[in-house]
Write a protein that binds this ligand. Structure first.
Ligand SMILES: Cc1cc2nc3c(=O)[nH]c(=O)nc-3n(C[C@H](O)[C@H](O)[C@H](O)COP(=O)(O)O)c2cc1C
Length: 400
């Protein structure tokens, strides 16, 4: 049997929830796959499962005491440093909130603050606790700081309620961890990214356009490529060089972009429309340069095709469609409208009225809005981080 996790040190944090017994199985499966598993429990977790169980399952001492005099090492730093990945399973509402606020009053919380390893959190709790605004804000705060969440499932809960809050299936958690180590989490995806600004020509040299640089598109292409996806780019005018990608095609106008996308539309599994497509074009275009003294010329403007809506109308099953939008007002409200009208899975709405955000800059002030209308305010983040965040979101979508 191939042991995918051989040589990996995984720290499994267990907190005091009813589903703590399920993490015994997780520790066993991680071990079986070759990982060296160190379990750290909160004192409340020990009310649900015994440290002894984990100790025998993992073959390692279970830590729970910050001030263990029998251990000559500073245990929270030692455990934090040697972990390749930390997973908190299950994570209680209490623990998530403490972590989100930098509280460090037990060993596990100290480790989380001290580690440089990737942290995955698997919440499990009563549906009302999970939907509580304070908990959601704390989850969001952690997400913004790079913590990965494996969302709980919807169904019958131990407390008797029905709803979202049940710990994700252990098998899926294990799959997710393995993929994280391979770092090639999107190998089966054929991704289309559109980037840059379209140009609508009036004559041989004059056009209407916008200042989109293509930086966001490049960050997306790099991030998805690093995760193993096949990348296709259709770009308008860009300030960055996208030609290192083989499947790269340049267009000018919105119509050209639409036609190029349509050619292989059904072959893409993920479509991310980061291009800034102009809404208007000239009704007629002159082949030659219009002379200054040509007083007979009178131009008219008409609406362009809505490229994103066109894709949304033709979207096939399992295709994930993401739009980017730039807004100066009612950012979230407009995004929610677009997600419905255009049949999107996600929209990354960028508030370009915010300082440091928008065309040509290295960062954007974004809100992630999904098709259920949930909104996550990412705030001002670099375009690399936004690309990472979107890739994480898509990974989780694919997993569910
Ligand atoms: C029977 C029982 C089951 C519980 N299950 C959960 C749970 O699933 N999720 C949760 O967030 N809290 C649950 N709690 C509450 C936590 O145990 C409590 O918030 C505790 O402070 C968590 O401690 P810890 O986060 O330090 O481990 C439960 C409590 C009891 C008595």
């Amino acid at each position: 049997m191939i042991k995918d996790l051989k040589g990996k040190n995984i720290l499994l944090g267990v907190t005091g929830g009813i589903s703590a017994y399920k993490s015994c199985e997780l520790s066993r499966l991680l071990m079986k796959d070759g990982a060296d598993v160190n379990v750290v429990m909160t004192s409340n977790a020990e009310k649900f499962v015994s440290a002894l169980t984990f100790q025998y399952l993992t073959g390692n001492k279970v830590s729970n005491d910050m001030y263990d005099v029998s251990d000559p090492k500073i245990s929270h730093i030692d455990l934090a440093d040697k972990a390749d990945l930390i997973i908190i399973c299950p994570a209680t509402a209490n623990f998530i909130s403490k972590f989100a606020n930098g509280i460090a009053d037990n060993l596990l919380l100290n480790i989380l603050l001290a580690t440089k390893a990737r942290i995955i959190v698997c919440p499990a709790m009563n549906v009302n606790m999970y939907e509580n605004k304070i908990i959601q804000e704390n989850i969001m705060k952690l997400k913004k700081n790079g913590v990965i969440f494996i969302e709980p499932e919807t169904g019958e809960l131990a407390c008797g309620w029905e709803g979202k809050g049940r710990l994700a299936e252990i098998e899926n958690i294990l799959k997710f961890i393995k993929k994280k180590f391979q770092n090639k989490t999107l190998t089966n995806e054929n991704v289309l990214i559109t980037a840059g600004a379209t140009r609508e020509y009036l004559d041989a040299i004059r056009f209407i356009s916008n200042p989109s640089s293509g930086i966001m598109g490049l960050c997306l292409a790099d991030e998805f490529k690093n995760r193993g996806a096949k990348i296709n780019i259709i770009a308008g005018h860009t300030e960055v060089d996208l030609s290192k990608y083989d499947n790269y095609f340049k267009v000018d106008s919105a119509d050209e972009m639409k036609n190029e996308i349509d050619k292989k539309l059904n072959t893409y599994s993920i479509i991310i429309k980061a291009a800034a497509v102009g809404d208007f074009k000239f009704k007629s275009k002159k082949k030659n340069k219009i002379k200054k003294d040509d007083n007979s010329f009178n131009f008219q403007i008409e609406k362009n095709i809505d490229v994103l809506k066109n894709i949304g109308q033709k979207k096939i099953k399992h295709q994930i469609l993401v739009g980017f939008s730039a807004e100066t007002e009612k950012v979230v409200q407009n995004a929610k409208k677009k997600i419905k009208n255009k049949n999107l899975d996600f929209i990354v709405a960028n508030d370009i009225s915010k300082k440091g955000s928008g065309f040509g800059s290295k960062s954007n002030f974004t809100y992630f809005v999904d098709s259920n209308g949930s909104v996550e305010e990412l705030g001002l983040q670099t375009k690399e981080k936004i690309a990472k965040y979107l890739a994480d979101k898509i990974e989780i979508m694919r997993q569910n």
